[in-house]
Design a protein around this ligand. Sequence first.
Ligand SMILES: Nc1nc2c(ncn2[C@@H]2O[C@H](COP(=O)(O)OP(=O)(O)OP(=O)(O)O)[C@@H](O)[C@H]2O)c(=O)[nH]1
Length: 412
Amino acid sequence: MSSSTPPGADDGPPTSAPSIAPSSSDPKQPVAIICLGMAGSGKTTFVQRINAHLHTKKKPPYVINLDPAVLNVPFDSNIDIRDSIKYKEVMSQYNLGPNGAIMTSLNLFATKIDQVVSLCEKRALPSPETGSKGVDHILVDTPGQIEVFLWSASGQIILESLASSFPTVIAYVIDTPRTSSTSTFMSNMLYACSILYKTKLPMILVFNKTDVQSADFAKEWMTDYESFSEALNNDPHNTQFGAQDSGDDGLAGSGYMGSLLNSMSLMLEEFYSHLSVVGVSSMTGQGVDEFFEAVKVKAEEFRRDYAPELERKRKEAGEQKEKRREKEVDKLMKGMNLEKDKNKPGEDDEEGEPGDEIEILSSVDSDEGEGMEDDDDGDEDGLQARYQEQLGKNDTLAEEASFAKYIYSSQR
Ligand SMILES: Nc1nc2c(ncn2[C@@H]2O[C@H](COP(=O)(O)OP(=O)(O)OP(=O)(O)O)[C@@H](O)[C@H]2O)c(=O)[nH]1
């Protein structure tokens, strides 16, 4: 068993985030729906349900499974991380535990996210050549260990890459029956708040499993502070912690838990106003139409508010990159003693012919440009060529299969 360090296990994936043509504000682009949620909240069942719903509407989506550890996926996915990365092999090859292996698998996958995005882009628009009608939605199922995806560099790169090309919406799936106490409800809301803060993408709260318990209580708590406060007062758990500090006068909610939850509820009012909330049963399909209405609203919000901000950031990053490049070139020129005043053409024919400077500059320019995008271009030329060859073929399904083989062979 090898204990070599896995690529990017600690620092995230080995490549930088890919630069993708800005197109997420284009109204014709499909909406990417990223399903996130705590383990067992019903993400996979939810993706299965909305996938089936779109199929019945004759609008099949493009489906991506990003969970490398799942045994069975109950829907057909167009891109499945498991086709290209063998989770168990990653675990034994790098001597990792389950979470480390999921993170490493995601890191390996993230190195090729630009190719995943270009496959999605190819499928997004109708193509008379392949007979593809295009898609309106891209569904992404994520690993059960939400923090592994959300707080890893690769998760960030995958999200940013998708949001650079498509209007992207987070569907945060919540297990409603397990969120019915005020403290679990508040914990879940704080988690949702941290996701919103981390991803900076529009979010829909999906209260799942409404066939077991209705989500009305949650909607009420989010819109009416008084009703949450009342529920707090009626929850015996909240009086148990720290109640003696406040005199233990028997008043419900007098413990620190009660007052903490009360303050947090007030603080989160502003956060709630930015969310869409829907109750869904992935089992029965109840609430799915309402979910897609919310997707429309959030996609519009993405185009209106988020896309310009993304564009501004991309521009800023481009300018900084250009500045860095100029600085490096300047340093290089100084180092090689090639500043204009010291190296006038014809002054010393041994040292430099007229035009040398341009040659050096252009070679620096091209090295730098490519180096910023992909450090190991040279190594990957052959693989890239193979992949391009595959991309040239018209059959998209064959492309996806060969992409899977390609990415797998490139990690070995
Ligand atoms: N009653 C009911 N059960 C549900 C619903 N949605 C999911 N479940 C059940 O909840 C359990 C977990 O569902 P999954 O879809 O595997 O949840 P997940 O979040 O994808 O799980 P991980 O990816 O393993 O974290 C399964 O037993 C599902 O049958 C629902 O709407 N109603």
